[in-house]
Design a protein around this ligand. Sequence first.
Ligand code: C2O
Ligand code: CU
Ligand code: CU
Length: 495
Amino acid sequence: MKLHRRHFLALSVASAGGILLSRWAVGQNQTPHSVTLSPDVYKSTGGLLELSLEAGSQNFIIGDRQVSLLSYNGQVPAPRLEAKPGDTVRIHFTNKLSQPTNLHYHGLHVTPADNADNVFLSISPNEQLTYEFQIPQNHPAGTFWYHPHRHGTVAEQVFGGLAGLFIVRGDLDEIPEVKAAQEEFLVLQDFDPNASGQPNAPDPMTLMRGREGALITVNRQVNPTLSIASGGLLRLRLLNASPSRFYRLALENHPLYLIATDGGAIANPIELEELLLAPGERAEVLVRGDRPVRQYRLLNLPYDRGGMGGMTMPNMASMSGMNGMSGMMNPSQSQPPQTSLPLATLTYQGSTASLKLPEKLIEVESLPEPSKTRRIELSMAMGNKMSFLFNGKTFDPERVDADPKLGTVEDWELVNVDPDRMDHPFHLHVNPFQVISRNGQPEPDRAWKDTVLVKGGETVRIRIPFRDFAGKTVYHCHILDHEDLGMMGRLDIQS
Ligand code: C2O
Ligand code: CU
Ligand code: CU
């Protein structure tokens, strides 16, 4: 078997760092030339997905740097979990971090009660908790994920590396053209290590924008290689697991055929020249291997996520903890890239009989008219303390901000009134939604989402069916520093 040099290095380093080589399958279930790192995979059997998961820390070599990251079972990205509708999930979780943490199952439609998708739980260092929940029989297939959600340290822990895919397999995977495609999982993460490999402490400016790092990785690698067969189809499952960085993706000479969004399949593939993924968002795209045999770059194009435009410097200087300009400009904490950066490289390897794109995927149901409409204003305040706000308030776990009734449909009007015109990706737990309109313009295609970008000055209307599960859960900005700084609300779904 021929290993690419980059991958060979990664393997030898992993071995030196004490990670079992067998954990890192070379192109598992794929052509031997595929060189993306694959973490452990846990699949359900007999209706049960059961595993032990330990949060801790681990050193890795990324590029040519030693980086200390937070890991689940010693891995970044974390082990990939795969289950089916109807399965029971049981995770024996141990916290070996030095601070409290918990687990959230982002995008899953499961109960927020008890030891399930309950972000109000807190697991102290060295404590254990067994999570258990059932995935409903009619749960859509899709690309979901898990990460810590302990309010106050979510950004820090996710930026440390804690994130893994949670795949629900089902009808989408059985569509013949999709099934015939070679499947790859791309977890996008950025890190900001200092010279000794520890994350730089964020300064106030960084917290305001949300922390980003200049070390941008796909499956913890810098610019890994993906392969496609001439005539073949590649199915990319993409996750933005960065706490604040946006990815504006384009693959040179190859359109992307969108087949699924956050919550699963769309009705028909949509051809895209580029794809914007805000923090927390996922997408599945197909790529056709119909171009001349050479290398193509998967690029991250420049993106301006707003902020600092309307903000005057005197306001900035009054921010808490900031003493004049000197503390603001930390060159190690990067601004969004001004140039296109290659995230991965696509190579052609071998050939296959020409595979077709699917024509039809899965119909997305049309939701009934809402019985109630709520308005949520997204904003920030810069008084003596920097805070991020929904309807002028920061998060209070004791305050109920919305009380939808189980079995009803609501429209939420998300209005970005941020004086600094910063983008805020809005995320709701437990119940996926559909985007109805943006600035009054109806959304052309129906799709299930759980995270939606609301740009500076925009109004986005989403329609949410509250189904199956009563109880308390949250909605928040998925720029996780904004969430930690208050941009989160509690909703109690009334039975
Ligand atoms: Cu991905 Cu409440 O989070
Ligand atoms: Cu979530
Ligand atoms: Cu935000």
